[in-house]
Design a protein. Structure first.
Length: 249
């Protein structure tokens, strides 16, 4: 049996086994819930989406380990307009999945997500805003996002590292441990912002709605999550770098 490390994130370590299957192991107790949620949700959700996603099963319990077939491809660094249209159509169908059915298959319900969001934002107010030279702009963004909907199934952490492609063709969307009922604009941050107006226009057309303004709010507050993670883990470098990002957001 060959085991090749694929990388580590905040929540899990990934290993390729015999070139065919991926094993992801929870790095901390709190991450196990997300991996278990993937194993319950994704086998049901996969048949409802136009791009491949993992179909994990739980194979170990302490720490939790899930296993799924290997999806080929490398992470996308940037999107072109054609890829933007593909992701826009993918997100349109994901966000249209009936909420009650998704919750029945393990997706955290809207009231749970709103509770998590309020708790996170309370932490930002307590531990992040006082560290900024001018907290006013971020305060306004947080207030707007507190009122945002938590009404659709979302991936929750859609970015280039989690979108795979071969020869420019998108081959899969991975790492669903943050899937929940949430604000659809959060999934649109990476596709809409930073790739140029032609890509943004293709995403909006394929998705069928323009959520750019709220996506920009999510983009601006994203470093807050890294600040509190750095505070909790004693990573002073991460805290400093993330606060510098917030100061210019």
């Amino acid at each position: 049996m060959t085991r090749v490390p694929l990388g580590s994130g905040w929540d899990s370590d990934a290993v390729l086994v015999d070139g065919r299957r991926v094993e992801r192991t929870a790095r901390r107790p709190g991450a196990a819930a997300g991996l278990r949620r993937e194993a319950e949700l994704l086998p049901w959700l996969a048949d409802r989406l136009p791009l491949p996603v993992p179909r994990p099963v739980v194979v170990g319990g302490s720490p939790l380990v899930v296993s799924h077939g290997f999806l080929p491809g490398t992470a996308l660094v940037a999107l072109d307009a054609e890829q933007g249209a593909v992701l826009g159509a993918f997100l349109r169908l994901l966000h249209a999945v009936p909420m009650d059915e998704a919750v029945a298959h393990g997706l955290p319900a809207p009231e749970i997500t709103r509770g998590w969001r309020d708790a996170a934002f309370d932490r930002f107010v307590a531990d992040v805003l006082p560290r900024l030279p001018d907290p006013g702009p971020l305060t306004s963004r947080l207030e707007r996002l507190r009122a945002a909907p938590a009404s659709t199934p979302v991936h929750g952490d859609l970015r280039g590292d989690h979108v795979l492609a071969v020869g420019g063709r998108i081959t899969g969307v991975i790492d669903w441990s943050d899937a929940r009922a949430g604000d659809p604009a959060k999934d649109l941050v990476w596709p809409l912002l930073g790739h140029g107006p032609a890509v943004a226009a293709a995403v909006v057309e394929a998705y069928g709605a323009d959520l750019t303004a709220r996506a920009d709010d999510w983009r601006a507050v994203a470093p807050c999550y890294a600040v509190v993670h750095g505070l909790d883990t004693g990573d002073d470098a991460l805290v400093g770098a993330s606060l510098a990002q917030l100061a210019v957001a």
